[in-house]
Design a protein around this ligand. Structure first.
Ligand SMILES: Cc1cc2nc3c(=O)[nH]c(=O)nc-3n(C[C@H](O)[C@H](O)[C@H](O)COP(=O)(O)O)c2cc1C
Length: 172
């Protein structure tokens, strides 16, 4: 599968089969996250891979009872052990770095025939409590991972001309 094919195939999957993920697939997906770029190669990301059903159900509750969070066989808490480094552009590096690693996870999962869904709607204090994550560590994303139970709806995107221009700002 080409990168372009993986990008097209990746969709937010909100329904999962009751089927475990093979460890080799999980290993390759986590290796894809490990290979992600990061600001000054800081690699602040940390991952808690949750397979335990009771823990996944607790995470579902912490994610506003989004049912598929409990249904997916794996939920990955994408965290950052960070000193709050700010880049010269004024942006904090850790959410960007963790987001890139999480997208590596999503694209590698697509290559492995697995679905994912980014979860940003969750209570960070509750997730930390459930997983025993230290106070100093931030939880950035909580993607679900598993075999898709139902296909996603149509892909809705703005046309390119509304989001990109050449040489100078020329967008509405
Ligand atoms: C940062 C971020 C947070 C998101 N949080 C949630 C979420 O909490 N629940 C959910 O169902 N989808 C969530 N999504 C998925 C988006 O709704 C989805 O990516 C968007 O509708 C486009 O659909 P697609 O991923 O199938 O292309 C999130 C996506 C991103 C990038």
């Amino acid at each position: 599968m080409s990168v372009y094919e993986a990008i097209q195939k990746r969709r937010s999957i909100r329904s999962y089969k009751n089927r475990p993920i093979e460890q080799e697939k999980l290993d390759r997906i986590l290796e894809a996250a490990r290979q992600a770029p990061s600001a000054s190669n800081r690699q602040e990301w940390r991952f808690v891979i949750v397979r335990d059903e009771a823990v996944r159900h607790s995470l579902m509750a912490a994610a506003g009872n989004q049912g598929f969070v409990g249904e997916a066989p794996v939920v990955i808490a994408c965290c950052a052990e960070t000193d709050g480094h700010i880049m010269r552009c004024g942006q904090q590096s850790y959410p960007i770095d963790v987001a890139i690693a999480a997208e590596h996870i999503a694209l590698a999962a697509a290559e492995e025939g697995l679905g994912t869904c980014w979860i940003g709607a969750f209570s960070e204090p509750e997730v930390k409590e459930i997983l025993g994550i230290p106070a100093s560590v931030r939880v950035v994303q909580l993607p679900t991972l598993g075999y898709a139970g139902a296909p996603p709806g149509p892909r809705l995107r703005k046309p390119l001309k509304e989001i990109a221009c050449y040489d100078r700002w020329a967008l509405g």
